[in-house]
Ligand binder design. Structure first.
Ligand code: HEC
Length: 103
């Protein structure tokens, strides 16, 4: 019967794509976003997106954004190194600012 085999094929495809997608979702979990985690833990309590999406944002370049992040990390007593500052700058830029680095 044509109809049944069609359903079966759909079912097999669904099961196959589900099982195939499993390793990928495990991979996605392993892809930990350190910049996001740091921001969520240390910065989000004061401001979420409003400060980064307000019209009069004081940030116009990636350098300025990085300086701000560095400033806030000092202000918050976090003692972040370049790695943490880079990751949070990158996260904020990806998420809100979408600035391109100056050539
Ligand atoms: C004590 C509260 C507080 C904490 C903690 C804090 N911020 Fe802020 N942040 C503010 C306030 C208030 C402003 C807006 C002040 C201004 O206009 O300069 C701001 C502004 C900013 C801006 C500029 C936004 C823009 O586009 O103009 C950035 C970037 C920023 N914060 C990043 C961070 C990061 C990264 C952290 C964590 C290390 C952090 N902040 C922690 C209160 C805080």
């Amino acid at each position: 019967m044509v109809a049944v085999s069609k359903i079966n094929r759909k079912l097999v495809f669904a099961i196959l794509s589900y099982s195939l997608s499993l390793p990928f979702s495990t991979l996605a979990l392993a892809e930990f976003d350190r910049g996001k985690a740091l921001y969520d833990n240390h910065c989000k309590s004061c401001h979420e997106n409003w400060v980064h999406t307000r019209e009069k944002s004081k940030i116009n370049t990636v350098d300025e954004l990085r300086r701000r992040v560095a400033g806030w990390s000092i202000h918050s007593g976090l003692k972040w190194g370049n790695g943490e500052i880079d990751d949070v700058t990158d996260y904020l830029n990806r998420h809100y600012y979408q600035l391109t680095a100056a050539p």
